[in-house]
Design a protein around this ligand. Structure first.
Ligand code: FES
Ligand SMILES: [Fe+2]
Length: 411
């Protein structure tokens, strides 16, 4: 094995995480799941979408916070303010906006016709004199706390959030400030329900130990290959409750002819873009300045993952529905294609990505079934799977209300 591969010594960086086996209970026990929702998901900030999606007054989109069954209407007002509302009419609770994206001057409920202005005020009530106790000036849609970071719109469903968005994002967010997120205006999205625990989805994207085996026919060549037969990571870092993991690319990879053609036109997107350069590099991107860096996977605890590669980025969000069911969303943010060849290169890479992800999800449902038997009481994490070990550690401290000393020491 070439000497430059990162040795399996991350456990020395975070000694209190230990190296022993870890209980699998939190991957399937319903009573633990219920605690996770209350202690972890409810207090957290949640990503809704990008400001580029609603550029003009009246532009809106709807997002479902599936873990809580809360639909959120995000709209840019006449005053250019971005607001998020509980997407429910305050007359008798009907879902206000059923289209998921569009542009409106006002929002009218389809039940009895109450109408709302873009700032949530009640603008019109049919047969208003039938409501002698109501003054429209005093009632409006339920507005939710929002905050924007680097063009990402976040919501917090609590009236009094425990932290500001900036505090929540911590140094992991701070280290990414300045990355040109705003250039990825062309979005594509894949989403599905997966019959597995939410943590399994994040786990499978925060280690590359599985690449040589599971992705043998897809990304093993470009991301591991003979010089890195066990998929060693570039780096793994803990930042507060968050974690980030850098993957290697294989600089000696020889693409197939069609793959090479795609790569020629869209090098910044393709999964085969090993050694790609980000066009702006804040200190959180390729922090070790590794020449064979491929991408960083930044997990914002609990459920947002942002991968940053050479010139493009993706977000994953997982929305737990039960201990063994999760809604998963992958969004890619591409630079607009400048010509047909560029578009072809992008499409090719998206298809590659879809195939890789299918390989991952398929495995997860099998694991879930096996774990639920109770016959696999413990997992054994590789040193380069330390980001998974830290997720378990963090969840455990959150649900038991104890202090996460590692987060405190690694802000
Ligand atoms: S529930 Fe919306 S107008 Fe009646
Ligand atoms: Fe994978």
């Amino acid at each position: 094995m070439p000497a430059e591969l990162t040795p399996p010594e991350f456990h020395k960086r975070y000694p209190s995480l230990g190296t022993g086996a870890v209980s699998t209970d939190m991957y399937w026990k319903p009573e633990i799941f219920a605690k996770e929702v209350e202690a972890i998901f409810r207090p957290s900030w949640h990503y809704l979408g990008r400001i580029e999606q609603i550029q003009r007054p009246g532009d809106f989109f709807v997002r479902e916070l599936r873990t809580f069954g809360i639909s959120v209407l995000v709209v840019r007002g006449e005053d250019n303010e971005i607001r998020a509302f509980f997407n429910a009419c305050i007359h008798r609770g009907n879902k206000l906006q059923v289209r998921t994206v569009g542009r409106r001057r006002t929002f009218t409920c389809k039940f009895h016709g109450w109408r709302y202005a873009l700032d949530g005020r009640v603008d019109h009530i049919p047969d208003k004199e039938g409501f002698p106790g109501i003054d429209c000036k005093n009632i409006k849609l339920k507005q939710l706390n929002t905050a924007i970071w680097q063009g990402f719109i976040f919501v917090n469903i609590n009236d009094q959030p425990e932290q500001t968005l900036e505090e929540y994002l911590g140094s992991q967010g701070g280290d990414l400030v300045g990355y040109p997120f705003e250039k990825g205006v062309t979005q594509f999205k894949i989403e599905t329900e997966v019959n597995c625990n939410w943590k399994f989805l994040l786990d499978s994207f925060t280690e590359s130990y599985h690449i040589a085996q599971l992705h043998n026919r897809s990304i093993n060549g470009p991301m591991a290959g003979p010089d890195n037969p066990f998929g060693r990571a570039v780096d793994v870092r803990i930042k507060g409750l968050h974690r980030s993991f850098g993957t290697r690319g294989n600089l000696n990879f020889k693409p197939e002819p069609v793959q090479q053609l795609a790569l020629n036109y869209s090098p910044s997107l393709s999964l085969t873009a090993a050694g790609g350069e980000a066009d702006h590099k804040p200190k959180g991107v390729n922090p070790t300045d590794s020449p064979d860096w491929c991408m960083d996977v930044n997990v914002f605890f609990p459920n947002l993952l942002c991968t940053i590669g050479g010139g493009t980025y993706f977000t994953h969000q997982v929305w737990p529905l039960s201990a063994n069911k999760t809604h998963w969303e992958l969004t890619g943010y591409l630079r607009p294609a400048t010509n047909a060849a560029h578009r072809f290169g992008q499409e090719h890479a998206l298809v590659e990505l879809r195939d890789v992800v299918l390989e991952d999800l398929n495995i997860l449902e099998r694991i879930q079934k096996n774990i639920e038997t109770g016959l696999i009481p413990e997992f054994h994490f590789h040193d380069h799977e330390i980001a998974l070990r830290y997720q378990n550690y963090t969840v455990e401290h959150k649900i038991s209300g104890t202090t996460n000393e590692i987060a405190k020491a690694n802000q």
